[in-house]
Design a protein around this ligand. Structure first.
Ligand code: GLU
Length: 297
């Protein structure tokens, strides 16, 4: 657990402006805020807006408004990822030059068909893994596809990357989670993730890892649903010579039905609760952060 003597920590809350913040986001934001405050540090705010199809300016504006209303404070400046895309694209180019990524021309449909065809499709962290189709293409096949103008993503060759990562790291790679302890890096549950999307020269994994480093984040707090992603991030840190922060993957707040809050739960957005007459204090309590909130993390 983050304690005042192991800080001061710089934490961050990193929402994607793809909808209104809900009670689960309130929990994550308050968790990051109090983890920093309790240690004598501060929280940063990062807008993860690289997905052009889903991110909307009105949701970004609502993030600032809702967090302020909730009483969450962040240190300036706010980092907006889309504005830094050039830096992220340059990092991707560096990874490509070191030979750890490959172009993937598959469409989602083709990947699904490939998986259905395979008798024993590899299964990762609850999701079905990319079967590696394009990893096996010959140089000639790649040239042909480039020539035909087929759109492509860039995927991390996890196996190759582990070899280079361990060499750079001069040892097996570990990372620390405040709840789960010391963890050996094992990116296999997510497999060959996308680092450069077809429409954007970066991806969540690449941009989040780079920005955590560039913003000087020392404690990443986020939901347990991203636990497996951290293996990928640890590997990227070793490949690119970035700092490894500490991590605290926290629980995901669930409603009375036991299901975690999601964007579809319109009645549980911070603004719906506010419009229904709740006070910020009441919403903080609903999220599990009462008057002794610094002790709740
Ligand atoms: N942007 C991500 C989300 O809204 C958070 C990613 C992270 O905390 O690393 O789920």
């Amino acid at each position: 657990m983050p304690t005042p003597d192991s800080g001061p920590y710089i934490t961050r809350f990193a929402p994607s402006p793809t909808g209104y913040l809900h009670l689960g986001h309130a929990f994550a934001a308050l968790f990051a805020y109090h983890a920093a405050r309790r240690s004598g540090g501060h929280m940063l705010l990062r807008i993860e807006d690289i997905d052009p199809g889903r991110c909307k300016p009105e949701f970004e504006a609502a993030i600032y408004e809702d967090l302020k209303w909730l009483g969450v404070e962040w240190a300036q400046p706010v980092r907006r990822q889309l504005a830094r895309l050039r830096e992220h694209a340059a990092a991707l180019q560096g990874l490509a030059q070191s030979g750890v990524v490959y172009p993937c021309f598959c469409t989602r449909k083709e990947i699904e068909a490939e998986i259905a065809k395979a008798a024993q499709a590899p299964h990762g962290a609850g999701a079905t893994l990319y079967p590696g189709t394009c990893r096996e293409l010959t140089a000639e096949e790649r040239r042909q596809k480039f020539g035909d103008g087929i759109p492509y993503a860039l995927r991390l060759d996890v196996y190759k990357a582990m070899v280079i990562g361990e060499r750079n790291n001069k040892a097996p790679m570990f990372w620390t989670d405040f709840a789960a302890g010391e963890i050996e890096c094992d990116p296999s549950p997510l497999g060959d993730v996308v680092l450069g999307r077809k429409d954007v020269p970066s991806s969540y994994h690449l941009s989040a890892t780079l920005d955590d480093h560039l913003q000087g984040v020392t404690l990443v707090t986020r939901g347990k649903d991203l636990f497996h992603s951290t293996h990928i991030h640890r590997l990227l840190q070793a490949l690119m010579g970035l700092n490894t922060p500490e991590y605290h993957h926290h629980k995901l707040l669930a409603g009375p039905d036991g299901k975690r809050f999601a964007k579809r739960d319109k009645s549980m957005t911070i603004r719906a609760l506010r419009e229904a007459g709740k006070t910020p204090e009441e919403v903080r309590i609903m999220a599990g952060f009462g008057p002794n909130a610094d002790d709740a993390v």
